[in-house]
Design a protein around this ligand. Structure first.
Ligand code: FAD
Ligand code: NAI
Length: 467
């Protein structure tokens, strides 16, 4: 029997990063993965393929709409969807191979199969052909991620009724796409297919898009996506999806009850959230506790109630984000090696990769009000930023929320081109406990979109220059 200091189950961003960090720190480490390739949801069917399609579909739309404004005259672009999908698949393969290379380079052993907890200090690896192998280990980190939340009564066939996985692989552009859920997946993949020519209707249970994000951001983003041609049915619930000869009929009712209406769709995307994935892990055999949402319960050091078993990433509480999983992977590896691994949950950026992008870090205005924290808000629109003006990317704004007494930055919310990159500077500032004045007094290069961040910081003290 092979024996290890650490066996990590699952090689998504949480698991593979954890294994590499543990190996760097001298722990004899193995990973167990049941997929054919490493990288988990993120690299195979999540972050990477969705961003590839967002990038390619944005280029397609730009070529057909904005190029002429720049004096670039091209004939109407034609879509080669097969080629676009091949572009996406090539990106996925490049990334998953990269993880395989990194695991090997760091001396991490890889086992292919389903990992099952088989008693104290033992992990059984069950291969697809039924063969099994036992690994002995001092510690186990569970990093088995999450899976799609199912809508009761609606069967996902990944052809007409699809999850995000099917929506990343459609063979033709649907004429009508109905998206259930105005969260991150619904709006990112809804944007992809709208840009490629689909008529997109998003049905959302709540009265706003992107619940959980700052309310003002949600409102503006809703307006912008509406102008782009996405139709929203907010405060509405889907009560049934019936497959027809071609496509499906979706029945929608007001969330509060009332008359039903039907929508015809060629494809229906179910994007109502994700749930922790623990199937086949054998949690019950060793008595690992989960909470009422099926998430593995851990303490602040990622330890479960069973000695030697830890858990990280989407399978535990917290935002289901790749970078959160990665940072937890590093933290738990460092803790196992006797160091002081730690994740600052107050500073985890959240980005939606549409056009414009939406990015946020820290507290929203709604949270500050609820917590009774007095704050000053500084806001700066991209219409007043020189670079955004010249590039015709003036949608959106930067909003900085700072403590009224100390001026410490408590939250930053951006809608705008490249918001995902802009948020990094304020995340670093917040990690260092910066005040809005610290950000405002930092020299920002001209002409860049980052000047809108500086101006929003100036606006906290009511002294923005360009507005
Ligand atoms: P996962 O990535 O889910 O990896 C878990 C791995 O464990 C899988 O490979 C699985 O096969 C394996 N596994 C499960 N059970 C077993 C077992 N018993 N034995 C062996 N292996 C097992 N997040 C972002 O931060 N940015 C984004 O842009 C983004 N885009 C997304 C787009 C989509 C369409 C989706 C669906 C998700 C997206 N996410 C994004 C979320 C992100 O993918 C997850 O937060 C992240 O992958 C979680 O990492 P993880 O390591 O916890 O789990
Ligand atoms: P989500 O939680 O972001 O959004 C789900 C939406 O569906 C919510 O607005 C919710 O109110 C709505 N909803 C729930 N039940 C409904 C119903 N019955 N009818 C209508 N609407 C309903 O979940 P989503 O979009 O599925 O994404 C899952 C997770 O994946 C996200 O929480 C995020 O953590 C991760 N992700 C991250 C991305 C990023 O960082 N850019 C991109 C894609 C996914």
């Amino acid at each position: 029997m092979s024996s290890y200091d650490l066996v990590v189950i699952g090689t998504g961003p949480g698991g593979y990063v954890c294994a590499i960090r543990a190996a760097q720190l001298g722990l004899k480490t193995a990973v167990v993965e049941k997929r054919a390739t490493h990288g988990g949801t993120c690299l195979n069917v999540g972050c990477i393929p969705s961003k590839a399609l967002l990038h390619a579909s944005e280029a397609f739309e730009e070529a057909g709409t904005h190029f002429a404004d720049l004096g670039v005259i091209v004939s109407a672009p034609k879509l080669d969807l097969k080629k676009m999908m091949a572009f996406k698949d090539e990106g996925v393969a490049g990334n998953t191979k990269g993880v395989e290379f990194l695991l090997k380079k760091n001396g991490v052993d890889s086992y292919r199969g389903t990992g099952r907890l088989a008693g104290a200090g033992r992990v059984e690896v069950i291969a697809e052909d039924g063969g099994n192998q036992l690994l002995e280990t001092k510690n186990v980190v569970i990093a088995t991620g999450s899976d799609v939340t199912k809508l009761p009564g609606v069967t996902i066939d990944e052809r007409v009724v699809v999850s995000s996985t099917g929506a990343l692989e459609l063979e033709s552009v649907p004429k009508k796409l109905v998206v259930i859920g105005a969260g991150v997946i619904g709006l990112e993949l809804g944007s992809v297919w709208r840009r490629l020519g689909a008529e997109v209707t998003v049905v959302e249970y709540l009265d706003r898009v992107l619940p959980g994000m700052d309310g003002e951001v949600g409102k503006q983003f809703h307006r912008i996506l509406g102008k782009q041609g996405i139709t929203f049915k907010l405060s509405s619930k889907v009560t049934g999806v019936e497959l027809g000869k071609k496509g499906a009929t979706v029945t929608v009712e007001p969330a509060a009850g009332g008359a039903a209406e039907t929508l015809q769709a060629d494809v229906v995307l179910v994007a109502i959230g994700r749930v922790p994935y623990t199937d086949g892990l054998g949690l019950e055999t060793v008595g690992v506790q989960v909470d009422n949402k099926g998430r593995i319960q851990t303490d602040s050091h990622y330890a479960t109630n069973v000695t030697g078993i830890y858990a990280i990433g989407d399978v535990i509480a917290g935002p289901m984000l790749a970078h959160k999983a990665e940072d937890e992977g590093v933290a738990v590896a460092e803790l196992l090696a006797g160091q002081s691994g730690h994740v600052n949950y107050a500073v985890i950026p959240n980005v939606v990769y549409t056009y414009p992008e939406v990015a946020s870090v820290g507290k929203t205005e709604e949270e500050l009000k609820k917590d009774g924290i007095a704050y000053n808000a500084g806001k700066f629109p991209f219409t007043a930023n020189g670079r955004a003006k010249v590039n015709h990317t003036t949608d959106g704004f930067v909003k900085i929320l700072a403590d009224a007494a100390t001026d410490r930055v408590l939250g930053v919310h951006i809608v705008g081109a490249d918001a995902g990159n802009l948020i990094a500077e304020v995340a670093v500032a917040m990690e260092f406990g910066a005040s809005a004045e610290d950000v405002a007094r930092t020299c920002h290069a001209h002409p860049t979109l980052t000047e809108a961040v500086k101006e929003a910081a100036l606006a906290v003290g009511k002294r923005a220059i360009h507005i």
